[in-house]
Design a protein around this ligand. Structure first.
Ligand SMILES: [Zn+2]
Length: 732
């Protein structure tokens, strides 16, 4: 469906707020439709330095007794949480301690706002606990409410205007605080390590650090790019001379649906080419101005360039190297999948794809960006005759309702000993779980935090199918996270990093998709499965999750290079294809080793370095949304799943054949829930590695779990690819 005018206005309201809506934007991809929303007041995360161990209550340099009352009480709360973990009274405990801290703080400290606006340690602490906490939470609540009201009634112009107004007011507030208090603060001048961490986060304002004219210009440019993407149309393949305005096809749902039908080689080639012209090439000059101004904003925040500002949210000195190492760990699995799929497609398109081809044409994988290959599953399934599990059919057979889907998902979280998500789908409390008939709404599924510690909602046009069932679990992952970190200070009420929020619900979804879980919830009568069915099911999962990895990695790798100036304007498109393809590179840039290909696909038609701008055919590039979080989350969710399965006694890494990781279901495991709880409670108050450690016992993100999960398929693919190689050798 074409984006409505009001959505575009909404989009412009989002742009008015520097880095707003990071989490919202995070979710416009990967899983087809889900979003985490904390209004437009999402707290920026970020630090140019690692702050490992800088958690609340962890001891930092001290300066004698009385200055550290807050730290002391925070330590007490933290100690309570670390060692006692009283499930039912933790929230209440923190609340009480928080109140004590505030009273204590009031009693001991007088406001000390010096003339130049720089606060001393006690005054800043007092300000953050009181005025800032209350004012920002209230503003966040108003913005989120107005935004919600707008999105569940998108044709109502009054509500659209009210949403924009609230957003702009809120942006003004942020900038006022930043200019008055945070801009000139130097974290190293503060002794309280927890205060230091908050300062680092609060001293980053994002794009709003630009002066008003430049911010307006950047906002306008990003809006225009988003508008080009959202309104681009393509004439139907059988009517290329159409009147574009009246007969052209928008991306959603038309082009996406055509691309999803396997086997239409020529139609897909035509659509791919036209879409990349309509959305990509038309914004190339705008993107140049966007890079320039974005970098200027990044410098105003103390970073070398915009890519560095984005990466700072991960608080790792060598984040680029870390991501590259992760990619190298999963690359062998991707390469085998790629080879197997290419061989299968050669059989299907024997005239179009040459037998000595090493790259897959980008348009034959069932998706405009070749980022999910699930739609071509019928062409590449290892055992097509094996009976497959049709979970969607099971819902109908067992007379399920949408409400029952939500209740069942909620039951999963509660079975782990976690919080009830009931308010998130309670329609009388404001939630929206079916598409209303009396008005238009933005159906894109999303999970909302109204910043008042009690109102959390899901907005979703749920359908009675398995995909929706998985999305519900995903959204409830966000709701659970919101609830668990709700007593953190405002600056910490967000995910440990942008990848974490997305990974929680998807971790749960890995259990939900197993036959044993469907059996537990009464959807399956028989638990028997065959090895062939198991390989098929892993193949389905790989076509979605493994096929995505190189794309998830390369989008920001390309942007980091562009922002840093490693690649010139003239070389932008060539550089994009350098990362997507294997050949044709003459680049001498320092961070671009020769032949380091990532996705191994090729453009279906010739590209022109001067005119084409293929990255602009991707939403996140057009809309100024970072992307590496998806890659991060895709690796993380398997690592979390593995650790929770071990805690649940459902997986033994020493005996993977006895019960493989992909068959593990953590349903009803209090031990798994306890681990998840203790990590999610922390919000962004500590470095994400600390959160990872709380849940998994490990301190580094690792691809070991995803490799273990897919091991049976990996072995199968290697074996089948070797057989194909032998046949080819015999033929030649
Ligand atoms: Zn999400």
């Amino acid at each position: 469906m074409l984006k409505s005018k009001t959505e575009l206005i909404f989009s412009s309201s989002k742009r008015a707020l520097n880095e707003v809506g990071t989490q919202r934007k995070l979710t416009l991809d990967c899983a087809p439709s889900h979003t985490a929303v904390k209004g437009n007041k999402l707290v920026r995360q970020g630090s140019s330095r690692p702050f490992i161990g800088a958690g609340p209550g962890e001891t930092g340099p001290r300066n004698g007794g009385e200055d550290h009352h807050v730290t002391f009480y925070f330590q007490l709360a933290y100690f309570w949480y670390l060692f006692l973990e009283p499930r039912y009274c933790l929230s209440e405990t923190i609340l009480i301690l928080t109140l004590v801290v505030r009273i204590d703080s009031k009693l001991h400290h007088q406001w000390n706002d010096s003339d130049n606006g720089v606060l001393d340690e006690d005054s800043l602490r007092d300000f953050l606990w009181n005025e800032y906490e209350q004012t920002e939470s209230k503003a966040c609540n108003i913005v989120t409410k107005k935004e919600w009201e707008h999105l569940v009634d998108i044709d109502n112009e009054w509500k659209a205007d009210a949403s924009i107004k609230a957003t702009l007011e809120s942006a003004k507030l942020d900038k006022m605080y930043w200019e008055k208090y945070f801009r000139n603060l130097n974290p190293s001048n503060f002794k309280d390590i927890n205060l230091r961490r908050q300062i680092v986060k609060l001293s980053r304002l994002g794009n709003s650090a630009l002066d008003d004219d430049e911010l307006a210009k950047l906002t306008n440019i990003t809006n225009k790019m988003t508008e080009i993407y959202s309104t681009a149309k393509v004439c139907p393949p059988d009517f290329p001379e159409c009147n574009l305005d009246e007969e052209g096809l928008p991306l959603e749902p038309d082009l996406i649906n055509i691309m999803a039908k396997p086997g239409l080689f020529e139609d897909h080639q035509y659509i791919w080419k036209e879409w990349h012209q309509a959305s990509g090439a038309n914004m190339k000059e705008l993107f140049r101005q966007y890079v320039e101004l974005s970098n200027k904003a990044a410098r105003a925040n103390g970073f070398h360039d915009k890519g560095a500002m984005w990466r700072s949210e991960y608080e790792c000195e060598n984040f680029e190297e870390d991501m590259k190492n992760l990619w190298m760990q999963v690359r062998p699995l991707y390469n085998e999948l790629h080879k197997y799929v290419l061989n299968s497609l050669m059989k299907k398109f024997d005239e179009e794809i040459m037998t000595n081809e090493t790259l897959i044409p980008a348009h034959v994988l069932g998706n405009m960006w070749a980022q999910s290959w699930l739609n071509i599953a019928p062409l590449v399934m290892p055992f097509p005759n094996e009976t497959k599990l049709d979970a969607t059919e099971l819902f109908r057979e067992h007379n399920w309702t949408v409400l029952k889907m939500f209740e069942t998902a909620d039951d999963f979280y509660q079975s782990l000993g976690l919080e009830s998500n009931e308010m998130s789908y309670n329609v009388s409390g404001g939630a929206l779980i079916v598409k209303p008939e009396d008005r238009n709404v933005v159906c894109h599924a999303s999970a909302w935090d109204f910043c008042d510690r009690k109102d959390f909602r899901i907005k979703m046009c749920t359908e009675l199918n398995f995909e929706s069932f998985v999305v519900i679990h995903h959204e409830m992952g966000h709701i659970q996270y919101y609830q668990l970190y709700k007593y953190q200070p405002y600056a910490y009420r967000t995910g440990a990093n942008p990848g974490f929020h997305e990974a929680i619900g998807d971790t749960i979804a890995l259990s939900v998709s197993t036959p044993s879980h469907l059996y537990s919830i009464g959807l399956l009568n028989d638990l028997r499965t065959t090895e062939k069915a198991s390989i098929n099911s892993l193949m389905n999962m790989a076509l979605e999750r493994i096929a995505f990895l190189p794309f998830g990695y390369l989008v920001d790798r390309w942007r980091w290079d562009v922002f840093r100036g490693d690649v010139s304007y003239a070389g932008w498109n060539r550089h994009w294809w350098h990362y997507r393809s294997l050949h044709n590179t003459n680049s001498k840039s320092r961070s671009i080793p020769f032949r380091e290909t990532i996705q191994k696909i090729k453009a279906p038609v010739e590209r022109n370095d001067e005119y084409d701008f293929d990255p602009g055919a991707k939403f996140h590039v057009a809309s100024d949304s970072q992307y590496i979080s998806y890659f991060f989350a895709h690796i993380l969710e398997f690592q979390l799943h593995r650790a929770l399965c071990i805690a649940a006694g459902e997986y033994n890494p020493k005996k993977p054949k006895k019960k493989p990781l992909h068959m593990c279901d953590i349903y009803k495991s209090k031990a798994a829930g306890k681990r998840l709880r203790r990590g999610l409670l922390l919000g962004a108050s500590v470095h994400w590695k600390k959160v990872l450690q709380k849940i998994t016992g490990e301190t580094t993100l690792s691809a070991r779990a995803i490799l273990e999960y897919f091991q049976p398929l990996f072995a199968y693919l290697i074996q089948e690819n070797q057989k194909t190689d032998q046949v080819v050798q015999q033929d030649t």
